[in-house]
Design a protein around this ligand. Structure first.
Ligand code: ADP
Ligand code: MG
Length: 351
């Protein structure tokens, strides 16, 4: 999981400042009336904070009478302790080292979902792709690039069908298969925070982890949450966020996958993306630059967003058009130089 901001909320600075001032004034007013009597019910304050988690940033805004920051962070640390392959003590790391085969509640939920996305995408999404990701220099960094022979031999280690679940335990037909949940864990973590907020009767919130988002209810201004889809600017070093399209997200999850920022150029000038096609063993390279997916859950949106980057526009469109749960916003580089980007979307308001 890498540090990237792929989304940004619509910035209506003046109105936001005005709103904040009103909010502060309101809070002071409530505090003053609370001092007078003990019968006044505490107002639903707007809480907003940013934290580092999963090697990326989380941004959250929610309206609630109480501060839930510590509970939220404890929840996310629980997810990290289960699913992170960068944490050697996580349940996943121990499963990868064959120290245990017992799945915890997070893995029992996420593994079947990941495998179902693999089935639905004919293996474009594959959580056993790690040996290839590493060979190409992503994940755990590698100094030299693999030869065609090396890629072929590593492909033998990559197959989601080698994993199955029985009675709460994992079964592997390839004993040294490595499970990498990087392409779904951020979305799942976002879902977990959303569930936690709902359990605490929070009706209005927006939570975002590394570009994966869940929105419920309205924003502090009482409007729908306005979420920006970034322009896929091909730039590795500079963090530039330029909004390409703003969409309203109503009680939905949204995730974006893009190969425009996390890539590197090899010595022959080839551009290598961090999304690997599990069937070829090579980094994907086509003109789909970013894939934004809306789905009922953020884990699902996250996994499909990555899958679509592997498949390319035509196949991705087929899946979106045949699945009522999915909506997408795809940005492609144009063949001709007249238009810089071409968009395909089935999100009505984004057309
Ligand atoms: P993005 O935001 O571009 O989707 P993610 O961090 O969500 O980025 O996912 C990228 C990571 O997913 C890679 O670093 C790698 O660990 C993993 N990955 C790469 N290719 C695949 C694939 N075909 N299926 C599943 N996971 C993949
Ligand atoms: Mg992803």
């Amino acid at each position: 999981m890498h540090h990237r901001h792929k989304t940004q909320y619509m910035k209506l600075k003046k109105r936001q400042i005005l709103f904040l001032l009103l909010l502060i004034a309101g809070t002071i007013y409530v505090a003053m009336t609370n001092n007078g009597g003990n019968t006044t019910k505490k107002a639903k304050d707007t809480h907003q904070f940013t934290e580092r988690i999963f090697g990326t940033t989380m941004n959250i805004t929610y309206m609630a009478p109480v501060d839930l920051r510590d509970t939220i962070m404890a929840c996310l640390r629980g997810v990290d302790a289960s699913l992170s392959m960068f944490n050697p003590n996580s349940t996943l790391s121990r499963i990868n080292r064959n120290e245990t085969d017992t799945l915890d509640k997070h893995l029992l939920y996420i593994l079947p979902m990941a495998l179902s996305v693999s089935e639905a995408t004919e293996g474009a999404f594959d959580i056993t792709v790690a040996p290839l990701v590493n060979a190409w220099g992503f994940g755990f960094k590698n100094s030299s690039l693999p030869s065609a022979e090396q890629v072929d031999s590593l492909r033998a280690l990559v197959d989601y069908r080698s994993i199955s679940i029985k009675d709460g335990r994992i079964k592997k037909t390839i004993p040294n298969v490595v499970i990498d949940l990087s392409a779904i864990a951020k979305g799942y973590g976002t879902d977990q925070v959303a569930n936690l907020l709902q359990e605490n009767d929070v009706e209005n919130f927006m939570v975002e982890i590394g570009g994966e988002i869940v929105c419920r209810g309205n924003n502090p201004k009482g409007e729908a949450w306005h979420i920006g889809i970034n322009t896929p600017i091909e730039d590795n070093d500079v963090q530039r966020n330029e909004v390409h399209k703003i969409v309203d997200v109503h009680n939905r999850a949204m995730a974006t996958s893009g190969n425009y920022r996390n890539y590197y150029i090899d010595e022959t000038g080839r551009k290598l993306s961090h999304t690997i096609d599990p069937t070829t063993g090579y980094p994907v390279r086509h003109n789909l630059l970013s894939s934004t997916v809306m789905a009922p859950s953020c884990a699902m949106a996250d996994a499909y967003a990555t899958s679509f980057m592997v498949m390319g526009l035509d196949k991705a469109r087929e899946i979106v058009e045949s699945n009522n749960d999915l909506q997408a916003y795809f940005i492609c580089s144009a063949e001709d130089s007249t238009d810089i980007y071409q968009v395909w979307t089935n999100i009505e308001q984004a057309k």
